[in-house]
Design a protein around this ligand. Sequence first.
Ligand code: ZN
Ligand code: ZN
Ligand code: FE
Length: 765
Amino acid sequence: MEQAGVAIRIRGQVQGVGFRPTVLRIARQQGLCGEVHNDGEGVIIHLFAPAPEVAALVAALHRELPPLARIDRLEYSPICAEPPSGFVIAASRGGVIDTGVAPDAATCAACREELLDPSNRRYRYPFTNCTHCGPRLTIVAAIPYDRINTSMHPFPLCDDCAREYHDPLDRRFHAQPNACPVCGPRLWLSDSAGRELPTAGDPIAAAAQALEEGKIIALKGIGGFHLACDARSEAVVARLRERKQRNGKAFALMVRDRAMAERCCRVDAAAWALLTTPAAPIVVLERQTGAEIAPAVAPDQQTLGLMLPYSPLHILLLEAFAAPLVLTSGNRSEEPQCIDNATALATLGTVADAFLLHNREILQRVDDSVLRIIDQAPRFYRRARGYAPATLPLPEGFAAAAPILAMGGELKNTFCLLREDRALLSQHIGDLKQRTAFHDYRRTLQHYLRLFRHTPRTIAVDAHPDYRPSRHGRELAATLGATLEPIQHHHAHLAACMADNGLPLTTPPLLGIALDGLGYGSDGTLWGGELLRCDYRTCSRLGHLAPIPLAGGQQAIVEPWRCAYAHLWRCGIVPPSDFAQSPERLAQLAQMLTRGLNSPLTTSAGRLFDAVAALLGVAPPRIRYEGEAAIRLEQLAWQGVSGVASGYPFHWEQTASGVPLDPAPMWPLLLADLARGVPTAQLAARFHLGFAAALVAVSCELARREGVSQVLLSGGVLNNRLLLEQLIQGLRQAGLQPLSHHRVPSNDGGIAYGQAVIAAARGAL
Ligand code: ZN
Ligand code: ZN
Ligand code: FE
């Protein structure tokens, strides 16, 4: 007989994460009658019970939510149907299942316990996982997210595993990568020629022994290969650097537990909470004095990137090797991380002494995520494993957006799919100037479009005509008959910050500070130190750093001394006699600048940091990775910040073309301090403080004039903790409300999200 009931629609991350079994368990505990099933938009619960009992079930659901599940929204509607006897999980229904692919998650506490329990059938089995943990995005070939569509399909479940898989009350109910030593993938140790090495049945113990002997091991992880070695040994880490041809850039460390983490770095409660989330990211932390870590791990840096073991393989390895391990992506310099055994052996054969391999295929390359806690909140440097492809909510007003694809920038690339009220930001893909990385980008993009059945009606690209993703976006738009939407780089940064902070579509224009390396400006020059007035649709320039000539074009991006020279030349200042370059070289540069040859103008904040770093002697003649000079300058500034009271002055005034913010008054003072022998750490600190104070002062003036109180903060330069904290504090003290990034990176890893919301806003209004 038909009966009145209620249908509860649940949206969020609710498929493939053990959500339905949780509903089943709670409903049965409460003796309720009804069913739960998946459909195209999430989960639907039918309940035939009085309102208080429905409320009790929903409350319990929130309380006992599975670790990887997230509820975004609940909607209730009345139904009339014949109730089942008791409570059941019903078959999935209609529509495209598009929420089934969750991020990869670190081994959960229950699986960890089984892994280390000699009486458990999964004792020391390196592919142990359950519904609450294990690989997801990295093993999915297609949707729906069923075993047949994952790289687990060559491993049919044994009887024991099948029983777990089919029991709704088991932790492994519908756990697609479920496996055990009887039926699952296997691990082995190999030499660099691909020959399996005899390891008496325990390849992990053998690998730990090799690490102990100072060997470098390539190991196949969750989202790609890593190179591992003993982080205590200078000789070993230096050898890894040399073989990998990676100079300067810090290596991340994997530590066994909190005690080991605390011997390396200062780990407070917030940092520990972040390290132990299911995403298990790399967290950049202040180095502990006297930490027993080889200097070659992170040369000249007071920070170290730490992560905890996040797969059973890592847990077992760190149990066997009782010291921090360098764990860096397994690739040759600049190339994408290897994901398959053959490529790894071919590429890393001369880097690694041995290989820890397995036969579960990695289908998606996903790097480790990197975060740093700034102003007491976690901030993304790189958003990848553990976070992608979790959807990002969109603010109010975006629900009606037509499907959009945003191609992202050329450096630190991510791309973004947007439809209805969700944005899906890809994992960090990297610097697409490299051909192999660009190839990888195109492949990943195709995979996402297929996986999430996304057919874009609009394709958003960076306005830079020559960015590889912009060109590819133009081609795609032509092929698909989609509208092309070019978007200014810094507008994208600031729109990403708006959406990151949940500002609704109709938000009136506000003030934004975008500080980064280089972005194509709407006047065709290279921007990067911008004060903009923007909403989701439009953007105009109110102020900017005083433009300098980029002496030698591309060369000036990698040779910071050129920026120092250009800044001084512009102010008519002769560089100090001990300045890095020969007089002939400088004379050449002066001539180039005077004639305006190969010297495009830029307002880049990144180049200002390069200039100061070069003058203070912390920039190498030629940088080895993006941001190196600025990173070293920040490190230096932290050493001097407690000893300085105020910053260097900047000049700014309202002109017909906006407010140029000019460091000209700083240079003579900085050079005089340098000549007097004031510690360079104090000079670096005074630069940071002065720049932040000047930005705050200009912001106050512009905010007053525009009648706004919120100030957006975005751009790669704001990965700088000292600068961002100074800006946030300064703006707050001035009575303004700073809005910074929390869910997407401030650097170019976040601009695809900004491009997508701008395209949506322009399409919707
Ligand atoms: Zn688990
Ligand atoms: Zn099994
Ligand atoms: Fe940028």
